[in-house]
Design a protein around this ligand. Structure first.
Ligand SMILES: [Fe+2]
Ligand SMILES: [Fe+2]
Length: 147
């Protein structure tokens, strides 16, 4: 018997791929949390700094939700990679964040579409909506700081 076509093997592989995507999402959040702390410290006004910290707390919430989901699905802790370095200047940091947020919207919607579980779908739908909102804020800061 060819085990590659065995339905349970196929299902196992799909679940495995899905779990890997969630782990990637967790690592993305982990990087964003470090990066936005750095970005908030470079913000030119108190108002902007506060907004970036608010965005950062959304990322912390996503990170916690995805981690709970991962533990629920696998029974183990996700493995965390060294966070990606984010740029050292404010404007470059904003560009980086804007691009990352936009890519993340697509990535979450993809996870949402591939999941059969209504709870998982809802978690990623809401997270994607948050990232969309973050992207608009970063675009606004970029336009007003480009000078
Ligand atoms: Fe996020
Ligand atoms: Fe975000």
């Amino acid at each position: 018997m060819d085990t590659n076509n065995d339905p349970s093997t196929r299902l196992y592989r799909q679940v495995d791929k899905f779990v890997q995507k969630i782990e990637k999402a967790i690592n993305g959040q982990y990087s964003a949390i470090q990066c936005y702390a750095k970005l908030a410290n470079m913000a030119p006004t108190k108002k902007e700094k506060a907004k970036i910290l608010e965005i950062r707390s959304d990322e912390v919430r996503h990170y916690q939700r995805f981690t709970q989901l991962y533990i629920h699905l696998t029974g183990k802790q996700p493995s965390l990679k060294k966070p990606e370095e984010c740029p050292n200047t404010y404007v470059e940091g904003l560009k980086y964040a804007l691009e990352d947020e936009q890519n993340t919207v697509d990535f979450y919607l993809d996870i949402m579409e591939k999941s059969m579980d209504p709870y998982i779908k809802e978690v990623f739908r809401r997270a994607a909506a948050d990232e969309q909102n973050h992207a608009v804020w970063f675009l606004y800061f970029l336009v007003t700081n480009k000078g």
